[in-house]
Design a protein around this ligand. Sequence first.
Ligand code: DC
Length: 217
Amino acid sequence: MLPVVVAIDGPAGAGKSTIAKALARALSVGYLDTGAMYRGVTWAVLRRGLQATDVEAVARVAREVVFVQTADSLHVDGIDATSAIRTPEVDAAVSHVAVNSDVRGEMRERQRQWIVEHGGGVVEGRDIGSVVFPDAALKVYLVASPLVRAQRRVAQHGGDVAEITRAIAERDQRDSNRDDSPLRQTPDAVVVDTSERTIDEVVADIRQLLTARLKSS
Ligand code: DC
């Protein structure tokens, strides 16, 4: 049997990490946060004093950077970067790194390798169902209202709701309009709105969808 992949895509603040992690735990499978990988490359770039817009230098960093990733942590080149990849500096630079096609090619390979090594799992990102695993057993596209998304970010990291709403809209815009694997919902993805629902409700819904998919395949 092929490894079972559940792809969780959607914009920032839709609840992807929380839901994907809880789903993986409920299914007793691995969880891969691909956003953390793009953040890890960005952190490595900034740490080397390079510009996120320097296409060739950034591509080189993506090829040479060593990640050790678990569901809750990311070590980059032997350093625990779990918190450092969530700073405003990385937030501001990451979509410049994520538009780099060489970086995306390298990350895609690493993500596919992770699935082979783990025999399947829950993978969270922007292009997982559309590009990385187009044959995923289940593709979920998570959404939430802009206000709820900003409120969640503020609850996690602090800040001003209006300012964060603007920053989220800007990042969505860049993620959705880049040429290489933009954020988009595929026709075969199931859209789940997390705005008014609890984590447990959403996870239960996705588990049901997955059971139905696996039965019918
Ligand atoms: O999910 P996140 O906010 O940690 O993602 C960080 C950035 O990486 C975000 O700007 C989108 C980008 N990203 C991407 O381009 N492709 C992915 N598969 C995952 C994240």
